[in-house]
Design a protein around this ligand. Structure first.
Ligand SMILES: Cc1ncc(C[n+]2csc(CCOP(=O)(O)OP(=O)(O)O)c2C)c(N)n1
Ligand code: SF4
Ligand SMILES: [Mg+2]
Length: 287
């Protein structure tokens, strides 16, 4: 089978960071030779969510903020699939933040890519949880998903990329896919992905990013070091990028799926016994 990740026509504004995220994802899937029929991309609601429409893999558009529970169900039902959840900072850190925290706790083997632009792009530029000091609440601190992830002891992969640094983003996307596909657990990749129309942070973030991948003294397996480094950089008004933490912890699928048992997707289901009831329901729905 040939690999075909040819996109439909994206509907994003010219210059939107989400193009960079999609480019890196396509690059990583091709580099690792993961075929479209082996891949499921799920997305939340937002400009970011349309990434799922643009790639020729299996896809699912979840309700706003609900992409992670659906992705976990997919990964448990068919562990042979490469499951990639995606969405915006509004989707993942506002309405969906509870699912995010519990997914970090449970450590299922799937990738989650959050496109952080500090705004709700699709609904025309309201402040998101990552907007520092919004106009209506100047004292409010921005949510930092990486340090939030570090505070949860069962998190296993926390990374941040920048749409303005495509080579690093390609590598981080590959590493996230490898982490989840090797059964090590939840690979969380936040991408600083500016919204050029409502919150153009390209120049600001270009000046603020600090690439930890290039720091020979940094050890991404040391959670305490990761924490102190992130906090120090925050005090200096810098944003850490790179693989910020990678470690090991038992996964959700190990806890839930019986050793050697066939996953749901491989079990032949016989619904003939239920057929009359199903037909009756469908008959009721006919007008
Ligand atoms: C339950 C529900 N509440 C609110 C909305 C309205 N809504 C649609 S997209 C969105 C936020 C989009 O922001 P984000 O997730 O950051 O994605 P972006 O457009 O910035 O990529 C909101 C609040 C919705 N669709 N469903
Ligand atoms: S409104 Fe912003 S987030 Fe949405 S497509 Fe345009 S630049 Fe991208
Ligand atoms: Mg957003």
């Amino acid at each position: 089978m040939t690999t075909n990740y040819k996109p439909n026509q994206p509907i994003w504004c010219a210059g939107c960071g989400h193009f960079g995220v999609q480019g890196a994802l396509k690059y990583a899937l091709k580099t690792l030779d993961i075929q479209p029929h082996e891949t499921m991309i799920l997305a939340g609601i937002g400009c970011s969510g349309s990434i799922q429409n643009n790639l020729g893999t299996y896809g699912y558009h979840a309700m706003h903020g609900r992409v992670l529970p659906t992705a976990i169900g997919t990964a448990l039902a068919n562990p042979a699939l490469t499951v990639i959840a995606s969405g915006g900072d509004g989707d993942g850190y506002a309405i969906g933040v509870g699912h995010f925290v519990h997914t970090l706790k449970r450590n299922p083997s799937l990738v989650y890519i959050v496109m952080n632009n500090g705004t709700y792009g699709l609904t025309k530029g309201q402040d998101s949880p990552t907007k520092d000091a919004p106009d209506w609440a100047p004292g409010e601190d921005a949510l930092d998903a990486i340090t939030l992830g570090l505070s949860i002891g069962s998190s296993t992969f926390l990374a941040r990329g920048f749409a303005g640094a495509p080579e690093q983003l390609n590598e981080l996307t590959i590493k996230a896919l490898e982490h989840a596909r090797s059964g090590r657990g939840f690979a969380f990749l936040e991408v600083l992905s500016p919204c050029v129309t409502y919150n153009d942070t390209y120049p600001l973030w270009e000046a603020m990013v600090h690439d930890l991948d290039k720091d020979a003294d940094y050890d991404a397996s040391d959670r305490t070091l990761a924490f102190t480094t992130c906090m120090k950089l925050k005090d200096d008004h810098r944003i850490p990028t790179g693989v910020i933490y990678q470690g090991d912890h038992p996964t959700l699928e190990k806890a839930l799926l019986e050793e050697g048992a066939r996953p749901i997707a491989q079990i032949d289901s016989d619904i003939s016994e239920h057929r009359p009831k199903l037909d009756a329901i469908l008959e009721n729905c006919r007008v």
